[in-house]
Each structure stands twice: as structure tokens, then as C-alpha cells.
Design a protein around this ligand. Structure first.
Ligand SMILES: [Zn+2]
Length: 505
């Protein structure tokens, strides 16, 4: 039984808590401390996760620190498992307490551990102010993190060599005699990438459960999101093929000037197990978390943005997918077939859709597949029961309708309140003949001609709105200045300059 155990500070590394215990216990030999904490004098000191963490947790439970709390809040376990798929995660969790531990999860341990324990000089100063002592922060010991997010400065290496297993001891930060408390001012623009990586790592720790849920639940979207993002940067083809050579180049360019460039080694030599390509394929089976961070940072700008994209933007992916499924030369074909379809209609002005299909089946087939909505809108309507439109005398109808146009335009112009734009659709609406006109506009040339005379351009419409706004202020007796009028008229700020002349001539 333990008589005491230090209360952990925020984001304190388990190594640090044990080191502080050792100091407070007054033990001269570390093996005595190991005996007390792990029930084993020969328990090795480690920077990662103590092999017998469960034994320690048994003893610290009564101080409010159970196994989960120690593992998830005070070791790098969340970071090294954050991006694993379910099977690999289960494997990691199971092997953590067994002898397999070293051989499986940490094959890549050179990419999981930084070389030395690190510290932020300004955090040391702050922690001493707030807590009375400094301690080793967990996120600073995470591989790939070179900066302190809070102080936006570079971390410093202590002389505690993480990779040297034989000499590992638990040493409290306050016992170090060569700790620096000052920094040189960083040029933030030069270390933007590294600062972002540090943010991403912090985000991973703080949103661990959420990230794991998104990546596991929406696993099928991961690859699609990735390909979409690559596609946006022209690093994947429409069919989803990754342009690997170009990707490697751009990826390297992003990181080559940073301290993270060591991660790039192997990209060009190790084609068989090219991790960059594996990640593109949505593979989460990488056990090197920093690679995942670099990758999504490259793709989406930050881990947070990437996770958000996978989680929320199913819609976005769907849209991108539609884009993928579009055939080559989509835009040209669209215009081409639409024109052919309208030509077919012109040849059969009174025909039904079936007649048009017979006239140009190719256009029909293509539009049906790729532009169905437009095709339906621009086809003769399904024949209604006899006695209605079919039997109409189009010339007579045209002559009747043309007389109604002027009146409709007038009613739009004299509307109360903010002006409505005079468009074809709107005129038709005020004539109460919108559908008839839209469906049969080819059969109503006089009416269409008249309508077109009145249709307003954007500019004409804006001028009319401005005139209206001016009168409104006058009517209400409110003195107005130009920007008030423009705002009331609904003219966007960026267009204000275009209308200055109205007020200053
Ligand atoms: Zn700091």
C-alpha cells in the first residue's frame, strides 16, 4: 500500500509523476521506489508506458488514479493509437501488458519516441508560478512536436536520453541543473508548419475519443475524403488514381525545410512499403501516428479540419463523387446535347416527348443520364387529357396573352415595398400564365417578344431599387446619405462604388 502519491498536474507525463514520487518518497535507491510502486525492484524505468502499469494502477486507485486515467491522461498511448483501425487498436491494448508489447506496437519506436525529453522554457516559468514547481509535459514528449502551442516557441532538449534503456532513471524536471528559462524570439512565419503540427497533436490528445469514433464509424468515408482532397489539388485523377510522383514531390516540399524532414526519409527508397501511398488508400494501419498527422495536415491544413470533413461533409463527398462520375468533356457534351435536344423540339413543335426521342435518341439517352432535370424541364409536357392545351388555337392564345403583358409589368412596377425584379418568370406569374408560357413558349412568339422588351437587366433593376430607397427616405422624412440609400436598396458593399455617380453629379 502506498502512503501517498503525487497529484498529477495538467498534461503531466507519467514519467514525471513517478519521478516526483521518487523525490518525495525520500528513497535513495530507485529500486526502492520501483518496489513500492510496481512491487518489483527490477521494474525498468521507461519513457513510454511502464510494462506493469496495471500493478501501479492497483496502488494509485485509492488516490483517484485508475488504470484508464493513467493510460489515457498521462501517457502517449492516446497519441500512438489515435489513428489505428479497430483491429490494430485492440491489438495494441492487449499487448500493452504482455511481453509482446515491445515487438509489435513499437517496431517503429524510432518514429514514436523523440530522442531526448523536452521542455518549454516558458512553461517552466509559468508552472513554477502556478504550481510551485515545473514538470515534464506529456505533449512535449510526443514525437514530431517541436514547439509549445501555448507559448509559440521551440522546445528544448534536456540531456535525458530516451533511447538509452540501460541508464534510464526517473528524474524530476526540478532536479535538472541545466534548464534554461529564456528563449530567443521565434519568427513565427518560419515555423508555421511545426506550430501547426504541435496544434494537431494537442487536438489529438484533447479529442481522442471523438477522432477514434469518426475514423472507425466513418471508415468508408476516409478514403473518399482523402481522394477528394487529392483531387482538388490535382493529385488524383477523376477516377481516383493517385498521381504518386507529384504527390511525393509536393509532400516533400512542404516539410523539407522543417525539423520534420527526417520523416521524409524512406519515401523514395522504400517503394514497397510506401506509407504515403498507403495513407492515400485510406489505410490506417500505419503505426506511426506522426505520419498520419503530416499527411492530413498536407491535405486539409489541420487534423481538426480533416476530421471535420470526414465527419460532417458526407454531402461534400457526394458532390465530389458526382464530379468523378462525369464523363470526359462533360461541359462540352452538355451544351452540345442540350442544343440537339432543343433542335429536335423545334422540328416537332407540337410533338410529345416520345416524338422527340424518336428524332434524336442519342441526345435523349445522354441527357437522361447526365442532365435529366434539365431534359424534363425542356420537353413538351406529358399530354394532358384531351380538350385542354392540345386543342388550343395557339395563334389566338398568343394574341390574347400579348395583351396581358403590359398590365403585368405595370403591376410589378407598382408593387408596395421593395421592388421585385422584372423577369420572364415574374411577368408570367403576374399574368397568371407562367406555366402555359414556360411550357409553350415556342408556340407564343408574339407574347415572348413583348415580354423580352420589358425584362430588366441587373443594373436596371438596381437603379430602380435605388430610386425606390431614395423615395422611401423622403416619404418617411428621414434625411439620407448615399450609403444609407444603397444599403436599403440591398446593393452589396463591394458594388457601392459603381453607383457613386448617382449622388455626386
Ligand atoms: Zn510553453
Amino acid at each position: 500500500m502506498l502512503t501517498f502519491f503525487p497529484e498529477p498536474y495538467p498534461d503531466e507525463f507519467l514519467y514525471s509523476i513517478i519521478a516526483r514520487y521518487h523525490v518525495w518518497s525520500g528513497n535513495e535507491e530507485l529500486s526502492d521506489t520501483m518496489e513500492e510502486l510496481f512491487g518489483n525492484r527490477r521494474e525498468k524505468a521507461t519513457l513510454l508506458i511502464p510494462k506493469h502499469l496495471k500493478r501501479l494502477a492497483e496502488k494509485t486507485k485509492e488516490f483517484g488514479l485508475d488504470y484508464e486515467t493513467l493510460l489515457y491522461e498521462h501517457t502517449i498511448f492516446p497519441f500512438i493509437t489515435c489513428f489505428l483501425n479497430k483491429a490494430m487498436f485492440d491489438n495494441a491494448l492487449n499487448t500493452i501488458n504482455s511481453d509482446l508489447y515491445e515487438s509489435t506496437l513499437f517496431i517503429y519506436k524510432h518514429y514514436i519516441n523523440p530522442r531526448f525529453l523536452k521542455y518549454c522554457p516558458l512553461c517552466i516559468r509559468d508552472d513554477r508560478d502556478v504550481y510551485g514547481e515545473a514538470y515534464w509535459h506529456r505533449k512535449h514528449q510526443t514525437y514530431g512536436v517541436n514547439m509549445c502551442v501555448k507559448h509559440r516557441c521551440y522546445l528544448m532538449d534536456s540531456r535525458i536520453d530516451i533511447s538509452d534503456n540501460r541508464k534510464n532513471r526517473y528524474i524530476a524536471l526540478e532536479l535538472m541543473d541545466d534548464i534554461k528559462e529564456t528563449i530567443k524570439q521565434e519568427n513565427i512565419s518560419e515555423c508555421r508548419v511545426e506550430l501547426q503540427i504541435a496544434y494537431d497533436v494537442e487536438y489529438a490528445y484533447e479529442n481522442y475519443a471523438y477522432i477514434r469514433r469518426v475514423l472507425c464509424e466513418k471508415h468508408s468515408l476516409v478514403r473518399e475524403a482523402t481522394i477528394s482532397l487529392l483531387f482538388n489539388r490535382e493529385l488524383a485523377t477523376q477516377k481516383g488514381m493517385v498521381r504518386t510522383k507529384r504527390l511525393r514531390e509536393e509532400f516533400k516540399n512542404k516539410y523539407i525545410s522543417t525539423n520534420l524532414k527526417q520523416m521524409l526519409v524512406g519515401l523514395e527508397y522504400d517503394r514497397k512499403s510506401d506509407w504515403l501511398i498507403t495513407l492515400c488508400r485510406g489505410g490506417q494501419n500505419t503505426v506511426v501516428p506522426i505520419r498520419f498527422i503530416l499527411f492530413v495536415n498536407f491535405l486539409a491544413g489541420s487534423l481538426e479540419a480533416y476530421i471535420k470533413l470526414v465527419n460532417e461533409q458526407d454531402e461534400f463527398i457526394k458532390k465530389e463523387k458526382d464530379l468523378f462520375s462525369r464523363p470526359n468533356g462533360y461541359e462540352e457534351k452538355l451544351i452540345y446535347y442540350r442544343k440537339r435536344w432543343l433542335d429536335a423540339w423545334e422540328k416537332n413543335p407540337k410533338g410529345c416527348r416520345f416524338n422527340l426521342v424518336k428524332t434524336d435518341r442519342a441526345a435523349y439517352t445522354w441527357l437522361r443520364r447526365h442532365d435529366n432535370e434539365w431534359m424534363i424541364k425542356n420537353s413538351p409536357q406529358i399530354t394532358k387529357p384531351k380538350g385542354t392545351i392540345i386543342n388550343k388555337d395557339w395563334d389566338m392564345l398568343d394574341s390574347m396573352l400579348v395583351e396581358m403583358v403590359y398590365e403585368a409589368v405595370n403591376s410589378i412596377k407598382n408593387l408596395e415595398g421593395k421592388p421585385e425584379r422584372i423577369t420572364k418568370a415574374n411577368i408570367g406569374r403576374y399574368m397568371r400564365q407562367k406555366d402555359t408560357i414556360e411550357r409553350n413558349y415556342k408556340l407564343l412568339p408574339k407574347t415572348m417578344n413583348k415580354i423580352e422588351q420589358y425584362v430588366e437587366s441587373t443594373n436596371e433593376y438596381r437603379l430602380r431599387k435605388i430610386e425606390w430607397a431614395k423615395n422611401e427616405f423622403k416619404r418617411e422624412g428621414i434625411p439620407s446619405i448615399p450609403w444609407m440609400i444603397l444599403r436599403k436598396a440591398g446593393i452589396r458593399d463591394e458594388d457601392w462604388n459603381k453607383f457613386r455617380y448617382l449622388f455626386y453629379t
